[in-house]
Design a protein around this ligand. Sequence first.
Ligand code: GLA
Length: 737
Amino acid sequence: MPDMITVSDDLTFALTNRFFSYVFRVSPEGILEHLHYGGPLCEPLDVAVHHIRTQRSVASTFQGGHYFSLGDTPQEFPSFGTSDYRFPALHGRNSDGNTIFSLRHKSHEIVTRKPRLKRLPSARGGSCETLIITLEDPLHKLEVELLYTIYAEQGVLVRAAKFSNCGEKEIQLQHAFSSALDLPQDDYEILHLHGTWAREFNEERIDMPKGRFVVDSARGTSSAAHNPFLALLQKGTTEDFGRVYATTLIYSGNFALSVERGEFEDVRLLAGINPFNFHWRLKPGKTFCTPEALHVFTDGGLRAMSHIWHDFVREKITPKRFKDTPRPTYLNTWEAAYFDVDEDKVLALADKATDIGVDMLVLDDGWFEGRRDDTSSLGDWVADAARFPSGIPSLARRVKEKGLKFGIWFEPEMVNPKSALFEAHPEWILHVPGRTPSLGRNQLTLDLSRNDVVEYLFSQIDAILSCGDIDYVKWDMNRHMTEVGSADLPRNRQREVSHRYILGLYKLLKRLTKKYPNVLFENCASGGNRFDLGMLSFMPQGWVSDMCDPVGRLEIINGASYLYPLDTTAAYIGPSPNHQNGRVSSVQTRFLAGVFCAARGISLNEADIAEHYDELIAWMDFAKKSGADMVGGRFDRLIRNGNEVCWQYTTQDKRTVYVAYFHILSAPNLPFRRARLVGLEPHADYMLVEDGARYKGDALMQNGLPMPYVSTDQVRDTVRYMEKGDFSSYLFTFKRG
Ligand code: GLA
């Protein structure tokens, strides 16, 4: 492995691989000054210092200097109050009671590994190097370690910060961002993903405003309102053109991604824990670690950005055990029966599942003591005695005797006021003295910052998983947090609760997934309300949304795919009319909207299954046969224009290429659309499986593939037609010769 990190005698640091160069230096004042983040440079240590030291009217000059203001200096880890007025990466209260910190370079070290963070998930190592820069505030003895990891074969730069109190008095942290990126002036747009329940991952693109633009969460989960993702795009960036700086975090709680365009058009991007409502007491001798922030640069547009993220998430984030492992097809009981489940019904659905050839039966909500609707029982994780008299282990065994796998739903972090657990431990919920806790879906949030709660949850889930017949767990979490306080912490640590909650959650997940490495865990939070790389570090896949209408789902998958490879997602054929928006659509379109998700299944009742029996058998057979294809391949967005969507999926071995096309609203006399495929071998033959027609790779990429035509009249057999009417879909399968 060549040295990816180089350092000059006068302390310029360069990180370079084939994807990017990242360069900064120690300024004469000891400040870390950012110099370059962009395409790879052959002599990265020789980059010019663009920042001009000059007199500016009204500028405050830094601590005795004449021409040097931090206010317009690009920095690696800025603080506030010493001539920089922009939002800082570090802010807090020192032992003198003021908020002025001034960090200077103290030392640095290069290691050929990736350090892990205490109590937080972190990206795996491999062929990588890490630069550790130690900064210090000599007055208050605060040390900040900045960690930068670069990989030989990945386009992601990983950053984190560790704050250590080396003094004798307490320091209080308020802004403890993971990374700061000060970029030079450019004509940027911002791309981010926003939403709400059943409408997650909507894409918004805006011109970068002057001032500050923030996507964040104060809800306790990373949330559907803003996924922890933000990209700065060169204006006009498309799928295959443009400079892109994209960022995410390995974190599942309150985060912030803040972009600030300063008075001289400079741009500061901060990524980390949301400073709003955050406060951490750092006692002498203690260290606080931030979550990891991940950065991507590419000048190849959004497609290249997504390829970099997808490769990284698979290689360095999601559990190795399930990498390239085909996921079982399944029948989930939720939209088939909701809370109306019992042993007989589950066994009858299991028979249906066997008949239509799916691999697994998933028992969703409703199986535990007293749970007949969403008003009670969360917290009491024992099978309902009346409806599941023989218990879960016996049911699991009987389902498995039918040749199926068995999966089960939990919502471990929650408790209903109407439950035995709440009666026994009312102090175990997040709450504050003197206030009635607000409910969400009739439930309260357990205080996972407490060790006893984490221990209890481990033992409850362990009691069920230890039967050995559970193959899959859907881990749900269905409310935002309110009255966030803990009976277990002193008054002056109450603002640490949100972060401590996430640390408790990670501890629980780490223990369970370590004890049950072969159980497939699926992350869910009312769909995509906590879909992030923190959760994906423990669970290989997630339920990306409760929206199962195919039209709604197309948008969601499109948005999610900017960052997440689709082998982290699950999808099922739900009922029609759809239960979320009432839309009527075909089984085919419902299936194809999720065709490139790794985990595919159905959630239909017996009558729906009977009505579409043959079609379901055919699609589940396709899902099973293509299961291995849908892990590790390349997903590409080809068309998205409001009424049409076209996606390409190329398998890992590049031998099979799928193209899915969706036409939303029908109309007469439409234009003929074609999709230009990507990433094929120009000289290879690609055979279209349905009719044996052969196309050269270059023709499909340059000349394109004619999309099927939606018409009220299907008149010519030389034209490929789709189903008539609205919400049509089509799937091409090519085999490389
Ligand atoms: C959430 C999930 C659904 C289902 C229900 C059960 O809404 O997103 O898929 O599991 O909970 O209550």
